[in-house]
Design a protein around this ligand. Structure first.
Ligand SMILES: Cc1ncc(COP(=O)(O)O)c(C=O)c1O
Length: 395
């Protein structure tokens, strides 16, 4: 007789161990909207772990557009995009997004995760190869795993290692996939070199702009615009769950590529479409990203100020170039302990531990919003200074 598949659950004690120590950082109950100040389990805390980069999740125009869409179209589309789940609002935001990022066409999935699953798994076939950065987001890895294609990895942002992989597989069809801004590290993909190598070896390039859309580029159009080479991005993916203050995921590219994905990506065919309220929020957010560029300017100024301040306190901010600033703290247990101490001091941060980072290089990931005030930022710095000193991370 085989073993009971529940055995692994009965012997899973990692979460309870952390709870007993008072260090459990997950699934805490937020009782307010997602702004710089939130209520977590009855107490006000300053947030330093949100992806609401432009602060649009509480913008009156976004809330109004979301409510209006729900009133007009109802709460659910009750079916897949392929069959009964496409309405005129989905098509409107697809056209708006494609035009914003300068691509021929775009398709809207129900989440960012679904867009990576669906697009990647259908684009690379059995005899072809995914060339991925070692620190690419988990949803990219999941998309590659769902394909019959081969997946190889190059060292993070290491162009010599990328070229080694391209040479190795040069006789096959290849897709290079990178995060624009890496989600934990906050650094930016070396797109100029990636693009040069892609052309040399006839590979295509896919950029996941989850953390970069609305954030970098003169108009917030992401990594391609940041490097002034938008036309060289073959496929642009962006999630709506961060700067676009909603949920959903876009893939934008040439019309033929979008048409192929529309009819072959299992994660759009076999799931219900994005509800109208979420599409309405995206519609308004896409307008505001373009109409209120001062949000992006404020966000990047905040990122610069915080990076410099953390560095002068003695923290290791790694190679962050964005509103994501990771602070290296060492062992996983130190990240959990610091998370708890910060929480008790009124700061809500994120510990990131193995396997998301290499052993011994746990971080407290901090991220910023255009709506953080100087008072919020000074409060955050004061508390990090106190906790960092108490834990021996800074002198
Ligand atoms: C780089 C990256 N890609 C994709 C996703 C998935 O997006 P979503 O959470 O909107 O499904 C995330 C979300 O955390 C991400 O950080």
């Amino acid at each position: 007789m085989g073993s009971d598949i529940f055995e692994k659950c009965f012997s899973f004690h990692a979460a309870n161990k952390l709870k007993k120590m008072g260090y459990y950082p997950y699934y805490h109950r937020v009782e307010s909207e997602q702004g710089p100040e939130i209520t977590v389990e009855g107490e006000k805390r300053i947030v330093v772990c949100s992806n609401n980069y432009l602060g649009l999740a509480n913008h009156p125009k976004v809330i109004e557009a979301s409510a209006t869409a729900a009133k007009r179209y109802g709460t659910s589309c009750t079916g897949s995009r392929l069959l009964n789940g496409t309405n005129d609002l989905h098509e409107k935001v697809e056209r708006k997004f494609a035009s914003f990022v300068g691509k021929e066409n775009a398709i809207l999935f129900t989440t960012g995760h679904h867009s990576n699953l669906g697009a990647l798994s259908c684009l690379v076939s059995k005899s072809e190869v995914f060339i991925t950065d070692k620190l690419d987001h988990a949803s990219i890895i999941d998309g590659c795993r769902l394909s019959f294609g081969q997946m190889v990895r190059f060292r993070h942002n290491d162009m010599n290692d990328l070229e080694r992989q391209l040479i190795k597989y040069k006789d096959k069809g290849m897709l290079i996939i990178v995060d624009g801004i890496f989600s934990m590290e906050g650094d930016i993909a070396n797109f100029p070199e990636i693009s040069k190598l892609a052309k040399k070896y006839r590979a295509r390039v896919f950029i996941d702009e989850a953390h970069s859309l609305g954030v970098i580029g003169a108009n917030g159009r992401g990594t391609g615009e940041h490097f002034n080479m938008e036309a060289d991005v073959d496929i642009l993916m962006a999630t709506a769950s961060k700067s676009m203050a909603s949920i959903g995921g876009f893939i934008a590219s040439r019309s033929e590529v979008i048409d192929y994905i529309k009819h072959n990506a299992r994660s759009i065919i076999f799931t219900a479409s994005l509800p109208p309220a979420c599409v309405g929020a995206i519609d308004a957010s896409l307008d505001l990203i373009q109409q209120e560029p001062e949000r992006r300017v404020k966000l990047m100024n905040t990122a610069k100020k915080m990076k410099e301040a953390f560095k002068s306190l003695g923290f290791n901010t790694n190679n962050s170039e964005s509103p994501i600033i990771p602070l290296t703290v060492g062992a996983d247990i130190m990240a959990f302990k610091m998370w708890r101490m910060l929480f008790d001091e009124g700061v809500f941060a994120s510990p990131v531990v193995t396997p998301a980072v290499p052993e011994g290089q746990a971080i407290i990931r901090t991220s910023y919003m255009a709506t953080h005030t100087d008072d919020h930022l000074n409060f955050i710095l004061e508390k990090f200074k106190k906790v960092g000193k108490a834990c021996g991370i800074i002198a």
